[in-house]
Write a protein that binds this ligand. Sequence first.
Ligand SMILES: Nc1ncnc2c1ncn2[C@@H]1O[C@H](COP(=O)(O)OP(=O)(O)OP(=O)(O)O)[C@@H](O)[C@H]1O
Ligand SMILES: [Mg+2]
Length: 328
Amino acid sequence: MAGKIIEIRGVSKQFKNAQAYAVDHVSIDVSRGDFITIMGTSGSGKTTLLKMINRIHELTDGNIFFEGQNIHDLKVEAYRKKIGYVIQQIGLFPHMTVAENIAVVPKSLHWGKDRIAARASELLSLVHLEPAIYKDRYPSQLSGGQQQRVGLARALAADPEIMLMDEPFGAIDAITRQVLQDELLAIHRKTGKTVLFVTHDLHEAFRLGDKVIIMNEGRVQQYDTPYNILFHPANGYVAKLVASEDIIEKLKVLRADSISTPVQVTPDGRVPRVLANAPLSAVLGKFMETGAPQIYVEDAQGRIEGSILWNSLQSIASLRTEGAEYFV
Ligand SMILES: Nc1ncnc2c1ncn2[C@@H]1O[C@H](COP(=O)(O)OP(=O)(O)OP(=O)(O)O)[C@@H](O)[C@H]1O
Ligand SMILES: [Mg+2]
């Protein structure tokens, strides 16, 4: 079912004894299947916004609708089971094994034992942890990255409608982080889940989000595609935020599918291909290497999703043909 899954209407939060709003009149629509990243500096209200969506915090002002219903009118326990929440600290239960951690929500939904065990194995495989090796371990017997994978599996366990992820990869080294980002993108493509993903890392926000919310001091500064945020910042704050990114950095954080146009073609072996997740800097490299006027964008199964014309890449990057390889 397409359409809006979450509507946030004029939502504010003012904590007791606080002078300023932690979240200040935010209005956002989230469509089903969107992958949205929320980016902002520390204290900008990201966690507070997620916690209001999950009904951990009451709203001071405004309304949030989930599938058209005001979340205030829903039974909180039933509502929360439709939401997978990955919290800012890893938050696995230390006294439970990996499989028991994953089983928490399915158990509360009274699933049978076999179904729960099968689901745990399926999810561990999905996040690339061999079930036989990991299911009976305790969180303390896992690396930070492995714990994050279990956290992700746990949040997915009961097949929630929406995933709220609060800096899930914050404490992970850069290489593992990229692996986890790629896995999350693959899971998103596979499951079509709606994801709201908080980060204070600009690159992560652009790499993952189909749309990005830039927050500052509780307010939404811009809610737009990575492309528009980079090339058409809505105000001085956003312009300053992205100004430090030079053109090649911008190409590195945009995915090939952010500028490709859908095509239905009979595959032509002469046209070079790149993966949908590939950064535009790699697409530029491919154009340079092959001299082709067009490149196909394909998914992990090799299906062609779209195409990028050299002219369109050249115009967004304002690149001159000569000397461009210098940047790659
Ligand atoms: N329970 C609370 N009581 C009082 N003030 C709070 C509470 N939780 C958050 N705040 C305040 O609300 C503001 C927004 O906090 P929030 O946790 O939403 O920020 P954040 O964007 O998630 O930051 P970070 O990137 O550091 O996690 C901050 O000024 C914070 O001090
Ligand atoms: Mg936070």
